[in-house]
Design a protein. Structure first.
Length: 79
């Protein structure tokens, strides 16, 4: 395994240091916090009811945004 030395500020050092467990290496922390998140990682964190409510809220906000856009579009195109 290749090793690289880097210089970082004390603040940049302290942030991953807070996440570090006893025998964990900084390399492991950096890999963990920079990995790509997969959709499957979030599966099961919401109950069915909470997921349904979240979906309803997203749909409501999306609909409102479209409605507001159409209102502005109509207002500015009427000149």
């Amino acid at each position: 395994m290749a090793i690289k030395n880097i210089s970082i500020t004390k603040e940049a050092y302290s942030r991953p240091a807070r996440l570090k467990k006893n025998k964990e290496r900084f390399s492991e922390i950096i890999v963990k916090i920079t990995r790509k998140t997969r959709l499957e990682d979030f599966f099961g964190i919401l109950s069915k009811d909470a997921g349904r409510k979240l979906g309803e809220n997203i749909l409501f906000l999306k609909t409102e945004r479209i409605r507001e856009y159409q209102k502005r579009h109509k207002k500015y195109n009427s000149f």
